[in-house]
Design a protein around this ligand. Structure first.
Ligand SMILES: NC(=O)c1ccc[n+]([C@@H]2O[C@H](COP(=O)([O-])OP(=O)(O)OC[C@H]3O[C@@H](n4cnc5c(N)ncnc54)[C@H](OP(=O)(O)O)[C@@H]3O)[C@@H](O)[C@H]2O)c1
Ligand SMILES: [Zn+2]
Ligand SMILES: [Zn+2]
Length: 347
């Protein structure tokens, strides 16, 4: 459903082509849905993979952006009227609701999702979005929407990955990559009682990682990462979270695990790497992937955010029209925190 009103939206027309800013219809919330007037949408590195075709879920001609926070400005039939005006962050999976994974609450693994805003259906580099009311997760009334938006992916991904890893208090956790997701993992692991080592590049990023709770930092540009991990942890890391995903970093991460260690792969990559089964067998290692998050993970990320335990540093606030600049800066790297697009500020 749509009205005659139009809005600005940044669209993926085909992988391998730059995104385009277009006028599209403002969505109307159907029954059980809410519409958000978007205040901010974070730029996740995944947008680069979508643009370049490294991640292609087969859909074309939709609005990108999946770290979405805004204010509820319209309600579909059956939604509690008290939600009007509420600040919320979007859960970006809409499962079929009937498969095994949906029944288990693992909506992010649904093989036939109804929608995935920003991945297969209209997302948040736009002025408005309509989502099921349950997928607009309430934020504290005083939340800064630019800081809250990255909870939608970076924050919830971090909670999910830490849950996947089964972190136990006191364990040594290494987070490889100090970008949006990595800095969130540092904080969630710390909140879970872990001792955290952040591996990043550059003094500014590593200072930020320390501020976010890393007990030790390693500069991947100047230090021997494997040797430093062993020096800091003793036997090795209980868990390595891999956000970078080059052949070299995955190999180093595996070698840096202590016995019974877990390697959690999060960063999308074109690389692959080889590990000898005996290496896994004799040290009882586990290698696992972690994708997205459950709705509960996002609620938990918001709770941590509300309690000041999960912060989302914002490096730059750009107008929607400046999306190409934001993507180029993200691609170039060297950013301390997230870049967010804000449709309500002028370029
Ligand atoms: N599985 C999932 O559910 C999921 C969810 C969200 C994102 N992702 C993926 O996870 C990855 C990270 O996303 P993001 O949004 O956090 O990206 P980001 O904000 O761009 O951060 C990436 C970080 O990795 C650092 N880095 C790059 N190469 C490195 C190296 N060799 N050693 C150490 N650090 C290095 C970058 O440093 P510089 O700035 O110096 O380059 C940057 O700080 C991406 O591949 C993204 O698509 C996966
Ligand atoms: Zn399903
Ligand atoms: Zn993301």
């Amino acid at each position: 459903m749509s009205t005659n009103r139009v809005m600005r939206a940044v669209r993926l027309e085909a992988p391998g082509r730059p995104f385009t800013l277009r006028a599209v219809a403002v969505p109307e919330p159907g029954p059980g849905m809410v519409r958000l007037r978007i205040g901010a949408c974070g730029i996740c590195r995944t947008e680069l993979h979508l643009r370049d075709g490294g991640l292609d879920l087969g859909c074309r001609d939709f609005t990108v952006g999946h770290e979405i926070a805004g204010i509820i400005d319209a309600l579909g039939d059956g939604v509690d009227p008290r939600r009007l005006g509420e600040k919320a962050v979007v859960y970006y999976y809409q499962g079929c609701g009937t498969c095994h994974h949906c029944r288990m609450g693992e909506t992010h693994l649904c093989p036939a999702p109804l929608a995935q805003p920003g991945f297969t259906s209209d997302g948040g580099y736009a002025e408005y979005i309509a989502v099921p009311a349950t997928h607009a997760v309430p934020l504290p009334g005083d939340a800064d929407l630019a800081e809250a938006a990255p909870l939608g992916c970076a924050g919830s991904t971090a909670v999910h990955a830490c849950r996947m890893a089964g972190i136990v208090p006191g364990e040594w956790i290494v987070v490889n990559g100090a970008g949006g997701v990595g800095l969130a993992v540092v904080q969630v692991a710390r909140a879970a009682g872990a001792r955290v080592v952040s591996v990043g590049r550059g003094a500014e990023r590593l200072a930020l990682a320390r501020e976010m709770g890393a007990e030790a930092v390693i500069d991947a540009a100047h230090e021997d990462v494997g040797a430093r991990i062993r020096a800091v942890t003793g036997e090795g890391a209980d868990v390595v979270f891999e956000l970078v995903g080059t052949e070299a970093t995955m190999r180093i991460a595996t070698a840096a695990l202590r016995r019974k260690g877990r390697l959690v792969l999060i960063g999308y990559t074109a690389d692959s790497y080889t590990v000898h089964p005996v290496e896994l067998i004799v040290r009882e290692l586990k290698i696992m992937g972690s994708v997205g998050a459950t709705l509960q993970d996002l609620h938990d990320a918001v709770t941590l955010f509300s309690r000041g335990l999960l912060r989302m540093p914002v490096a730059r606030r750009l107008a929607l029209e400046e999306f190409a600049t934001g993507l180029a800066l993200t691609e170039k790297g060297g950013i301390s925190g997230r870049i967010v697009l804000m449709p309500q500020i002028a370029p």
